[in-house]
Design a protein around this ligand. Structure first.
Ligand SMILES: [Zn+2]
Length: 154
């Protein structure tokens, strides 16, 4: 079963989601996921608008996509519930989106705690924090880096 793609909070309300490089990188991930016929889950923070229209346009007519809403940083519960319901892979998840230090990090940690294997696409994540250490929270889990700058967590 192809690895599920999770797109975290790519909503205008989050300034980091407007970074052009990030938008392009997420778009590439969507194209790749469509090619492998993977389940795609758009995770959105409640009440702050939808994921960028450009991504909905890219996904128009694609069957294996679902949108889920959450009211906290960790989107792993809603993500896995939707993946299970729609027959997507719940054991292997590829994660991108914003903000690296908050929703991405907490969702990845939630997934790891629930036993999933996780890949994080570094170039398809972004953060507006000033810490410049966005990946530090995740380092205890970090296993190895793939050629395409994907971080692999097992
Ligand atoms: Zn950060």
């Amino acid at each position: 079963m192809p690895t599920t793609l999770a797109i975290v909070d790519m909503q205008q309300a989050f300034a980091a989601s407007m970074n052009p490089k990030t938008v392009i990188a997420v778009g590439k991930e969507i194209e790749k996921a469509k090619k492998r016929n993977a389940g795609i889950v758009l995770i959105e923070y409640k009440k702050v608008g939808r994921t960028h229209a450009v991504f909905y346009e890219m996904l128009d007519g694609y069957e294996n996509v679902v949108r889920v809403l959450k009211g906290k940083n960790d989107g792993s519960d809603v993500l896995l519930r939707a993946a299970m319901k729609n027959g997507f892979n719940t054991r292997k998840v590829r994660v991108c989106g914003v903000n690296t230090c908050y929703c991405v990090s907490e969702t990845v940690t939630g997934l790891l705690n629930k036993g999933a294997k996780v890949e994080v696409i570094k170039d398809a994540c972004h953060c507006n924090c000033s810490a410049r250490s966005c990946w530090k929270n995740l380092q205890p889990h970090f296993k190895h880096s793939l050629q395409d700058r994907t971080l692999m967590f097992l």
